[in-house]
Ligand binder design. Structure first.
Ligand code: ZN
Length: 379
């Protein structure tokens, strides 16, 4: 790899730690250009968005009449999924069944926030608990493979569990907390490769795993995009893009209504994700995912670039907490601190060092971009 001169976007805080990022003459990065050219013109949170989504809401209600629930919503305890549950039930009058996947890493705060939302909104909840031995084996395999995206097993489980459940139980509508407001900057695949590329998952597990994955929920990207979408007819609705969704206000609203408590950073409802994002990838690979989160907030006017620069200059967790978490994760995965340290110090690899089907996925994404199904940048 050639060494590239450091550069940071003059509009957001994405920088050359995303090695393929390009900048225009203003010093703006791909994400900023994409936001203004493709996302913003098609995004109408508020009156217009609500009017546009209403026919779909009516359809969901009509088709769900006579059933105990008319849609399915996954809840992690994080802000996006908690807020979308609230919006769906209270603002649109939907009758969701809530679905939670417990991959073994829920933080105490995450569990308590789920409870508050479920009880506060009087919702029904189904929880799928992943077999811990299988989860552990797949997570160990990903650490041993030295790829950056070691959160892939958890991501895969969470994603697959809900869509498999929807398909099995005849749910046609899955409402997600996915949104432009906090996620319009989607990290590049070098940082976060597709968790649903099963060719990749199988290759890493075959090389580094030690037991078979008999019950672990999986769902290949093509099964999801074609079979579930077109044969099973499952529609995914990003409801938060139709309403005003400002992080600070959403936190305040959930706090006042349900006693919901905020996290210091996105995805911190999982103790593993917190460790992976605040320790493993920034320290081992130089990828700080807060750059993407905060850049999204800069683009959507929820944070200034100066605030983001100030925050990114310091690690999210103090040294003592990081050391504790390092030990916690090592022990939980069956390693001593020294063994885990050795893996940490091992040679970094990329997803490209293992089998994958990026070519096909890229082709699919280009078609989706072309058809206007997904206008986020794919790179
Ligand atoms: Zn930018």
């Amino acid at each position: 790899m050639s060494i590239r001169q450091y550069q940071i976007c003059s509009n957001c805080i994405m920088d050359t730690s995303d090695s393929t990022l390009t900048f225009d003459e203003r010093g703006w990065c791909d994400y900023c250009r994409n936001f203004h050219e493709n996302i913003l013109p098609n995004w109408h949170p508020g009156e217009q968005g609500i009017q546009e989504i209403m026919p779909m809401i009516e359809k969901i209600k009509r088709e769900g009449a006579g059933r105990p629930h008319d849609c399915l919503i996954g809840i992690s305890g994080g802000l996006d999924s908690s807020y979308v549950a609230y919006v769906a039930k209270e603002k649109f009058g939907l009758r969701p069944l809530m679905f939670h996947c417990d991959a073994g890493w829920n933080s105490d705060l995450g569990v308590s926030n789920i409870q508050k939302i479920i009880e506060g909104l009087n919702l029904d909840l189904v929880t799928e608990v992943i077999n811990w031995e299988e989860m552990k084996d797949l997570q160990r395999a990903f650490f041993l493979s030295q790829v950056p995206f070691v959160d892939m097993p958890q991501d895969l489980a969470l994603f697959s569990a809900i869509y498999n459940f929807a398909a099995k139980n005849g749910f046609k509508y899955v409402i997600t907390g996915g949104n432009n407001s906090t996620e319009c900057v989607r990290e590049c695949i070098e940082w976060t490769y597709f968790s649903t590329d099963m060719r990749h998952v199988h290759d890493i597990h075959r090389r580094f795993g030690t037991r078979s994955l008999d019950t672990f929920p999986t769902c290949d990207i093509f099964k999801y995009k074609f079979y579930y979408r077109w044969i099973k007819g499952i529609r995914v609705i990003k409801l938060l893009d139709s309403v005003p969704y400002i992080k600070k206000q959403a936190i305040q609203e959930l706090n006042e209504k349900f006693g919901w408590q905020p996290y210091p950073q996105k995805h911190y409802e999982s103790r593993f994700t917190r460790f992976y994002e605040s320790y493993w990838t920034p320290k081992k690979f130089g990828y700080d995912k807060r750059r993407a989160y905060m850049s999204s907030e800069i683009l959507t006017g929820q944070m200034t670039r100066d605030e983001a620069l100030e925050r990114i200059s310091k690690p999210e967790l103090d040294e003592e907490t990081m050391a504790q978490e390092f030990e916690y994760v090592a022990t939980k995965l069956g390693w001593t601190v020294d063994e885990f340290r050795e893996i940490f110090n091992g040679k970094n690899k990329s997803f490209r060092d293992y089998k994958h089907k990026l070519f096909l996925i890229t082709l699919g994404a280009r078609i989706a971009n072309f058809l206007g199904i997904d206008n986020r940048i794919f790179r």
